[in-house]
Design a protein around this ligand. Sequence first.
Ligand SMILES: [Zn+2]
Length: 468
Amino acid sequence: MKRFLVFAFAAASVCLQAQAPGVGKAVDWNKLRPEILDRYRSLVQIDSTAGHETLVVDYLKKVFEAEGIPTQTFALNPNRANLVARLKGNGSKRPLLILAHTDVVGVQREKWPVDPFGAVMKDGYIWGRGSKDDKPVLVANLITMLMLKRQAVPLDRDVIFLAESGEEADLEGVGINFMVREHFPAIDAEFAMTEGGGADIENGRVARVNIGTAEKVPARVRLVASGTAGHGSVPRLDNPLIHLGAAVEKVGLWETPMRLNETTRTYFEKLAAISAPERASIFKALLDPKTANDAQKLLREHAPGQYSVLRTSVVPTILKAGVGANVIPSEAEATLDIRALPDENIEAFYKELAKVIDDPAVRVERIPQTRPASPASKLGTDMYRAMERAAQAIYPGATVIPSMSTGASDMAQLRAKGIQSYGVGPASTEADQTNYPAHGDVERLAESSLYPFVQYVWNVVTEIAAHK
Ligand SMILES: [Zn+2]
């Protein structure tokens, strides 16, 4: 019965879906559902933890080739291949890249109530590792390519499909780093769309659609304190633990300057417009320099995630020191996970950090980063507007909100190459986001969220790429 209700809700949202202009034949989404579900479940059933991504490439290759869509594979490591498929446009506009990663994080089988690679359907959900991260985006991109081909949709721009390996774990650089470095012409585009957004379900309907437009830049450092080694029975002023402890306290409590950018300003403005009065007043206060300071202090205490998007954050995460209870070591070390605003002057920031520590016994060592600094993508582009229109068509009444991730994604490499890149994701409830998150012990996606999400991706792609 419960299953039936979920199904009915999804069906209602389908009727309201508008067809993108320029697309000749309308897609019969009800008829397409079994295929969407079957392909999605097939993808979830592939155990594509790091080192096994080629299994997904093999599946996709077969599907594309059966439909007459040529593919290319690019592999630095033969077990971790990437796949590209391209549908040609008339060349009047620059390409659109739709990408998704094929790898999933590992599983602890004993935590799962079902087979983590079974794509088991239970209680209205499809359960499995990758069911959220990132196989919904992968299947939405796949179905979009198949339907563009089947309907022979005339395109103003090439649509490039990329299935990439190693997003979750890529010490070898087999995925986006390899594609950008060695095969950039195969994926070069004006716009890109991938994971990194989402939508929030409240009281049974989608209330907010989040478009990922920016992310913070990892800029981690190590603090190393040095002193004289000695006997634990003799106190020394140059004990590195004392110096490191003081430095960690200073930087951990350092209130770095708050600064809004186009994305975060719009994010808080939109939230202010739709939030309950008490929260709305905090968000409004953030936008006014006279009241921002008190408002952000409230966020620091009650909403650390939102506090973090206001600034470059400094978070101590590892401490290392000592060999024995009776030994003063000559060195002590702390790791700081620094996440910079996209426009941060990182050299100046490190200088400021050293000033805050203000101790010659403590030096700051940079840790090499695997992702480049990346500028935020713009909100005024044709692509962003296409995404807004598509969101309004598929999720009527929802507020569209741009968001900056405090984490990092493969959009960093694309944005660093000048591609305006945007994040999407299927809708979920707050309870599901908390209890069944990406990378959590157990992952699942509501079947009723899958179909509208595929339609959303299709609508965006046809809006921005179809010849009108
Ligand atoms: Zn992911």
